[in-house]
Design a protein around this ligand. Structure first.
Ligand SMILES: CC(C)(COP(=O)(O)OP(=O)(O)OC[C@H]1O[C@@H](n2cnc3c(N)ncnc32)[C@H](O)[C@@H]1OP(=O)(O)O)[C@@H](O)C(=O)NCCC(=O)NCCS
Length: 150
């Protein structure tokens, strides 16, 4: 994973991240929703950039009280399977700990084997199910959690 840096998301990353959202998700976050998070003090959004400053991937999260919630993680197809997803989650773990989080949680489609493999590798555990959470197509969500104290 040489030449990839994980840095805080800034305004100059927003266009590329909105593109990445469209590539990856049926209900992508818009440029405006991403922009709003720049002023949200509970939000931690990190960007993986290559040596030319191009966005390779990103992760979005919120820390409220002792809980960190990952709302988004995505890597452009041409950058996948190079450890960037892993690096984004590791960087977020450090940041979330600094902000006082004791655990990190997320939702994932049970059909998303790739993401579930990544979360398992990072030590997340399945803790529950939210019925009919996703749209386009409708699907339950697996809830996965990682605790810092384990
Ligand atoms: C999920 C995603 C972020 C993973 O990003 P990535 O940079 O390719 O992940 P990494 O290279 O860090 O992979 C880390 C580990 O996860 C697992 N993994 C990742 N991709 C995998 C795949 N296609 N098949 C099986 N395991 C996989 C492997 O254990 C891998 O370690 P290894 O390469 O040493 O075997 C990326 O596939 C993606 O953007 N998917 C579309 C968006 C998405 O579904 N986001 C999650 C929404 S909940």
């Amino acid at each position: 994973m040489e030449e990839i840096k994980i840095i805080p998301m800034t305004g100059k990353h927003i266009k590329e991240i909105a593109e990445l959202e469209k590539v990856c998700f049926s209900q992508p976050w818009s440029e405006n929703s991403l922009l709003e998070e720049l002023d949200n003090h509970t939000a931690q959004f990190l960007t993986a950039v290559d040596e030319d400053g191009k966005v390779a991937g990103y992760i979005g999260s919120f820390v409220v009280c002792e809980s960190c919630y990952i709302s988004n993680i995505a890597v452009f197809p041409q950058y996948r399977r190079k450890g960037i997803g892993r690096a984004l989650i590791s960087a977020l773990f450090s940041l979330a700990k600094e902000k006082g989080a004791e655990s990190v949680s997320l939702e994932v489609r049970p059909s998303n084997d790739t993401a579930i493999s990544l979360y398992n590798v990072m030590g997340f555990e399945e803790v529950g199910l939210r019925k009919n959470f996703y749209r386009n197509p409708t699907e339950d969500a697996l809830i996965m959690t990682y605790s810092f104290d384990k």
